[in-house]
Design a binder for this molecule. Structure first.
Ligand code: GLA
Length: 386
């Protein structure tokens, strides 16, 4: 997608000129299922974007066209309410709703949306559409954008309007991503720090091309299991507020209080937070060997303790792990399908792609998509030079 193509699309649908914004999808390098436990995450924005062209309307309507769904809808800005059914419009309308709930005056707008992030692949196409539309609506109405507030409101839109109880990682990195860097986020304080990626190691994303229906119900079940863990541990350690506050030692001491399952879920979250800290140190020292080990351990913990992997993700990681030049591989995102993230030495990337694709196809009958992406900038306005 180029800004000119987007503008052409907008003009054909709505006439006249428009401002252009784009927000990225993401991969998470490490720190999975830790965000809603007040923990640490280390995602990077990628060069796959959701684009939004926007222009003011004189009335109070939002007209939104999706290039991907070939559909236009029109809604009154002042009477938005959470919908009963799943629909792509819930994401952009949810953001308008959340901005209005937060007291932001918005003007009516025509919006043309085009997404290039593969949908349902765990690369956060939903956060990208929320953040692109939120930033565009604020810009169009003349507001300064506070990126942390925008990330929070986009998360609120997804929690309360779309109805998915996600954490804040995806929206936050779509707002704050930076080229050549991963983003360390403390999901309690929302403090963040950029972590420089090594130029000779590339981010390679392998799409298993499966998405299991379990994803959203099991996501909610994991959240509930973490809450149960906190509740039971809180009876002994009243000072803890989230799994973030629990040490492995404390958890092990209370093993008898928890079911086998809840114990394992808590162990994943606690060890994963520690792995994020170690990964940041390893990046700092350029110690890619440790980084690789941490990623493999993260995958095992997600597979065995948190039980959010699936056979296709496990196979993709297994195949990747046998390739020359692989630093580390693990599932990325919520799980139950979607993508793996692989750190691969730059010189080995072409062979890696070819070999992994061939072996995955021959063992599953599925044709995987493999993307190589530098870490990218967060949401921004794109000004077309004449
Ligand atoms: C999804 C959610 C995130 C996060 C991950 C798991 O991507 O949107 O908030 O919980 O799963 O790390």
């Amino acid at each position: 997608m180029t800004p000119h193509q987007l503008l052409d699309g907008f003009q054909a649908r709505f006439g006249a000129g428009a401002s252009i914004y784009r927000a990225p999808g993401r991969v998470n390098l490490i720190g999975e299922h830790t965000d809603y436990n007040d923990g640490l995450v280390l995602p990077a924005a990628i060069e796959f974007y959701c684009w939004a062209a926007i222009a003011r309307r004189r009335d109070r309507k939002l007209a939104i066209h999706s290039e991907n769904f070939h559909e236009t809808i029109e809604k009154d800005l002042d009477s938005l309410s959470p919908p009963a059914k799943k629909h792509w419009t819930n994401y952009p309308l949810g953001v308008a709703w959340a901005l209005r709930q937060a007291g932001k005056p918005l003007t009516g707008a025509n919006i043309y949306i085009a997404g290039e992030i593969p949908l349902g692949s765990g690369l956060s196409s939903s956060a990208a559409i929320e953040v692109a539309v939120g930033f565009a609506l604020l810009g169009n109405s003349g507001h300064e954008v506070d990126r942390t507030e925008l990330a929070r409101l986009c998360q609120r839109a997804e929690n309360e309007f779309v109805g998915a109880r996600v954490g804040i990682m995806d929206q936050f990195v779509s707002c704050y991503g930076r080229a050549s860097h991963a983003l360390l986020v403390d999901c309690r304080s929302l403090e963040y720090k950029y972590v420089k990626l090594q130029p000779d190691v590339q981010l390679v994303i392998c799409n298993t091309m499966v998405k299991h229906e379990l994803a959203s119900s099991e996501y909610n079940a994991r959240r509930a299991e973490c809450e149960e863990g906190i509740h039971l541990l809180g009876e002994v350690y009243p000072e803890i507020r989230a799994l973030r506050d629990v040490s492995l030692h404390q958890l092990e001491n209370q093993r008898a209080r928890l079911s086998r399952k809840v114990f394992a879920r808590c162990r994943h979250v606690i060890t994963e937070n520690a792995r994020v800290k170690s990964a940041v140190e390893a990046f700092g020292k350029g110690n890619i060997k440790d980084l690789g080990t941490l990623m493999q351990d993260s995958h095992r913990s997600l597979r065995d303790d948190y039980e959010v992997s699936c056979k296709e993700l496990d196979l993709m990681v297994e195949i990747a792990s046998a390739q020359p030049g692989l630093v580390g591989a693990r599932m990325t995102g919520g799980g139950f399908g979607g993508c793996t993230i692989n750190l691969v030495e730059a010189a080995a990337v072409n062979d890696f792609k070819r070999n992994v694709a061939a072996e995955y196809s021959s063992r599953t009958g599925l044709t995987p998509e493999i993307y190589v992406s530098p870490a990218s900038e967060g949401v921004q306005q794109i000004v077309i030079e004449d």
